[in-house]
Design a binder for this molecule. Structure first.
Ligand code: HEM
Length: 184
């Protein structure tokens, strides 16, 4: 995984807790924690840090990934300001991840392996993002999606549905305010 993701995770942990917490997590994960944004580091190090965070907070590993992803999105987004500057809403930005944002990521970091996303509109106004990655970081993806909502002051709801045997996870996304209007 590229160092830029570790950097974003570090900034997320410092924002959620503090610098000492990040240092404690590195100690607990038994990693040296020096990550250059363009470097590549073993996925296992990110997993070890997330597991350490889970043990330290009592949150499940999945909940840590969601929380870290949500904060980390703002730091990742600051890497590609011109790409997303024109976005006017959360769904527009979500629609750009696969064909625009991660394509640019591949130019910036040629040895990176961003996940695959497909898109499908749901009949009730939601968006279905089909996630595929050997890393199985769909909980991180959920957090990143919620972070996109935060950028636009839009509360989103995400449901994750693993599709057995296919390696794909559906990430179904709705805008909470739109659901409430529909229900009224
Ligand atoms: C907005 C700016 C974004 C930037 C600059 C960015 C950049 C990156 C980079 C550099 C990686 C690491 C790939 C590697 O190390 O091989 C990555 C991975 C990933 N990105 Fe993005 N990303 C962005 C937004 C998003 C959003 C909104 C989502 C939400 C669905 C997302 C989902 C993921 C996931 C889940 C991974 C983990 C790798 C995997 O699952 O295989 N990204 N991204």
């Amino acid at each position: 995984m590229k160092g830029v993701v570790f950097n974003a995770a570090q900034e997320a942990v410092i924002e959620l807790f503090d610098e000492d917490t990040w240092d404690d997590l590195l100690d607990a994960a038994d990693v040296d924690g020096v990550y250059s944004s363009v470097g590549s580091y073993p996925d296992e190090e990110l997993v070890a840090i997330v597991v350490a965070a889970s043990e330290a907070t009592g949150l499940s590993v999945e909940d840590v990934l969601v929380a870290v992803g949500r904060k980390a999105l703002q730091h990742l987004a600051s890497r590609v300001p011109t790409l997303i500057g024109g976005c006017t809403n959360a769904f527009e930005m979500l629609g750009m991840i696969h064909d625009v944002i991660h394509v640019e990521v591949l130019k910036l970091y040629p040895d990176s392996r961003p996940p695959e996303f497909t898109y499908e509109d749901l009949p009730d106004g939601g968006l279905r993002m089909g996630y595929r990655s050997p890393r199985c970081l769909d909980a991180l993806a959920e957090g990143l999606i919620l972070g996109v909502g935060d950028r636009f002051d839009t509360e989103l709801r995400v449901e994750r549905h693993p599709i057995s045997g296919s390696g794909e996870v559906y990430l179904d996304v709705w805008e909470v305010a739109a659901e409430q209007t529909q229900a009224a």
